[in-house]
Design a protein around this ligand. Structure first.
Ligand code: ADP
Length: 380
């Protein structure tokens, strides 16, 4: 029952119980001592001095010798005793009631900021998450709670904003190929007869755009599935990186891009498929955004506690002001160039997601000889 009560009532009830225990105990002790005192005073007034001292011993030892007559309490003493009993019980009840009322009032005052916080939280919706709540100037637990709540709503707001940006960008990306297809079909329908070349051109546009659409849908599905649980194992980085390099050798040869892989037998603990995907995306970009005749340097630098994997290229580089944005889904420094190269802007967002899942970190800097350097830090 106690647990279901509001805190204010709980505090009051606890205080009343405490006061009752203390006051009842005190009243009992007081009445007992008052009783003894009254008997002594009564004895003083009816016995000579020597007998009084004997009488006191008698009372103290609680054993009346047979030759000493116990004096019967006088009427005055009896009345004073009853009055004292009545008054002590009355004041005891008064203290308990006043204590209860005072506790109820004070606890209401103390809990007021909590009630204010509660009503502020109740007024929170998705639309006003960005507004922070006023922190009371009390420097107590409630101020701390308000501060934590503000931090939590900030994080939630960022997540909502990211989610809505993601949906808007995804819709835009999906709409672009569909719009191209619709325009081509509309133009095609305007003419009644078509040459074989016109049919071929239409089919080629269909092929290209449907390919783009299905790649985008698969990537989006992959991103969603990535949040499901995954199994970890010990992975030899050299095996993964060598496989990726050989997979890209054909494309790299086409651009005359040279690979330089410097890797020992370092191992990491993680999911092979996800890490393969992360390194694949980074190496793909290092060729895609490289110059003809450029270089891609992949270096694994083991440390005591962590492993740093460096992927450097001699490509077009990323301007400093763009570096913070490139991990955002669908973000591309040069939209038309990336589209031409078949990019969707999701590659680096997937990489960051995977590295974060492995409790790692990814940073982007400039390659000292021009180009870009991605550094992935993974725990051992
Ligand atoms: P995309 O599919 O467009 O390649 P990513 O998410 O992989 O998408 O990359 C986002 C953007 O970051 C790219 O559009 C490109 O502008 C830039 N970028 C990524 N990697 C490199 C790189 N190695 N060199 C230069 N620019 C890069």
């Amino acid at each position: 029952m106690f647990k279901k009560m509001p805190i204010r009532l709980r505090l009051t009830a606890m205080m009343v119980i405490l006061l009752t225990i203390c006051c009842v105990g005190l009243t009992l002790i007081l009445n007992f001592s008052a009783g003894i005192m009254a008997t002594r005073i009564d004895a003083v007034s009816v016995l000579p001095a020597q007998e009084v001292s004997e009488e006191i011993n008698v009372i103290d030892n609680f054993q009346a010798p047979s030759n000493v007559m116990m004096p019967t309490p006088s009427e005055d003493v009896q009345k004073a005793r009853t009055d004292f009993q009545f008054e002590s019980v009355f004041f005891m009840l008064l203290i308990i009631v006043c204590g209860g009322i005072l506790t109820y009032y004070i606890s209401g005052k103390v809990l007021k900021p909590l009630n204010t916080l509660n009503s502020q939280i109740k007024n929170r919706t998705v639309h006003n998450l960005s507004e922070s709540m006023d922190i009371p100037a009390t420097n107590d637990e409630i101020a701390e709670l308000t501060q934590s709540f503000n931090e939590m709503t900030d994080k939630l707001n960022n997540a909502f904003m990211m989610q809505s940006r993601f949906s808007a960008n995804a819709a835009h990306e999906l709409r672009t190929p569909l719009a191209v297809l619709k325009t081509k079909v509309d133009v095609f329908k305007k003419k009644h007869t078509h040459s074989t070349e016109e049919y071929d051109a239409l089919i080629s546009v269909f092929e290209k755009q449907t390919q783009r659409l299905s790649e985008l849908v698969f990537t989006l599905l992959d991103m969603t599935n990535m949040n499901d649980g995954f199994e970890n194992e010990t992975i030899c980085l050299k095996d993964i990186l060598k496989d990726i390099v050989s997979e890209f050798s054909h494309i790299a040869d086409g651009k005359d891009v040279k690979f330089n892989l410097d890797c020992d037998d370092s191992v990491v603990y993680g999911n092979t498929d996800l890490l393969y995907r992360a390194f694949y995306n980074l190496i793909e970009n290092s060729i895609k955004y490289n110059i003809d005749g450029g270089k891609v340097m992949i270096k694994v630098k083991p440390d005591k506690k962590q492993i740093i994997i460096e992927i450097k290229d001699t490509g077009i580089g990323i301007p400093d002001e763009e570096k913070k944005n490139i991990f955002e889904p669908f973000y591309r420094v040069d939209k038309s160039r990336s589209r031409e190269l078949g990019g969707s802007g999701l590659g680096l967002s997937i990489v960051q997601n995977i590295i974060t899942k492995h409790n790692g970190n990814i940073v982007v800097t400039d390659n000292e000889n021009g180009g870009t350097c991605f550094e992935i830090i993974l725990g051992k």
